[in-house]
Design a protein around this ligand. Structure first.
Ligand SMILES: Nc1ncnc2c1ncn2[C@@H]1O[C@H](COP(=O)(O)OP(=O)(O)OP(=O)(O)O)[C@@H](O)[C@H]1O
Ligand SMILES: [Mg+2]
Length: 276
């Protein structure tokens, strides 16, 4: 049974760029290595994943809710644009939070699927059962922070890891939606350096680099076609394109470097049985 490297994008703050990061990171990873299976799912009800990746209008076999209900992943996963696989979103998912059986419900669903490559999970701006499950099974958690309040807020994610005795090693902050035009006097010259200093001061680790705020990127979800256009194809002239290229390369190297997948740690007995 092959297990994926799971990347969870999480922040309790709304509008910090989680969904933009989840969807575009999938495409940039695919652009780096077209043979890498990349699967995306969202616990949000915005349908951004579906709007960006769905090909045609064919009805889908089920949604992320069916996956959590035990339906085999292979029956549900759709192959979308750019070769990115995705699980269709569900408008009513949030109502089913109490149906999750423990923190490892999602981990068990993934462990029973044969899914190599990378999974990217987009979460809602709330630390509910779904987000907890997505944090619990993650090899890498990316927490976008766009200002001091969102940085302060990330302490709840750290507290969740500490409370459940999960190593903090998976956690990384990513300064996001920064206005590159703002400069300060003094040692920290811009909001990137300032946020990074705050993060280090609190013992939080950051990914290298940041994602800038760009009007072009913001415009990619408003058009007469009702599509959500990717940065790679429709925002190539922006600095955000270069930043995503750099970010995807870091994530890719991290996953190549990963010695033991979180799912393998969580399900050693099941692995031994399937290997034997
Ligand atoms: N680099 C960027 N530059 C400018 N605007 C951006 C950028 N990234 C995302 N946005 C815009 O910011 C808004 C919030 O982004 P997004 O939906 O990705 O955040 P989110 O954290 O998923 O929000 P929510 O918490 O509501 O799910 C969107 O309108 C999006 O188009
Ligand atoms: Mg979102």
């Amino acid at each position: 049974m092959q297990h994926p490297y799971i990347i969870t994008i999480s922040s309790e703050k709304g509008g910090v760029g989680k969904t933009t990061l989840a969807t575009n990171l999938a495409i940039y990873l695919k652009a780096l290595d077209e043979d890498l299976p990349v699967t995306l799912l969202s616990f949000d009800n915005h349908f951004s994943v579906d709007r960006m990746f769905r090909i045609g209008r064919k009805p889908h076999a089920g949604t992320v809710l069916d996956f959590l209900g035990g339906r085999p992943l292979g029956d549900l996963v759709e192959v979308g644009e750019f070769g990115v696989q995705y699980l269709p979103s569900n408008r009513h998912l949030a109502e089913f939070g109490d149906k999750l059986d423990g923190l490892d419900h999602l981990a068990r669903c993934f462990a029973s699927a044969n899914l190599p490559g990378v999974v990217i999970i987009d979460t809602r701006p709330v630390l509910d059962n779904f987000t907890h499950n997505a944090l619990f099974c993650a090899d890498r958690v990316i927490i976008p922070v766009k200002d001091t309040p969102s940085l302060e807020n990330s302490r709840h994610i750290y507290a969740f890891f500490d409370e459940h005795k999960i190593s903090r090693r998976a956690l990384r902050l990513l300064p996001s939606l920064l206005d590159s035009r703002i400069h300060y006097d003094g040692p920290f010259k811009d909001s990137y350096q300032l946020l990074k200093a705050y993060a280090i001061n609190r013992g939080y680790r950051c990914l290298e680099g940041f994602i800038a705020k760009s009007p072009k990127v913001e415009s990619l979800n408003t058009n007469p076609e009702g599509k959500l256009y990717p940065i790679l194809t429709h925002g190539r002239q922006t600095e955000v394109h270069l930043q995503f290229t750099h970010l995807a390369r870091q994530i890719y190297l991290d996953l190549l470097d990963c010695n033991e997948l979180r799912l393998d740690q969580l399900t050693p007995a099941a692995n031994a049985a399937s290997a034997g």
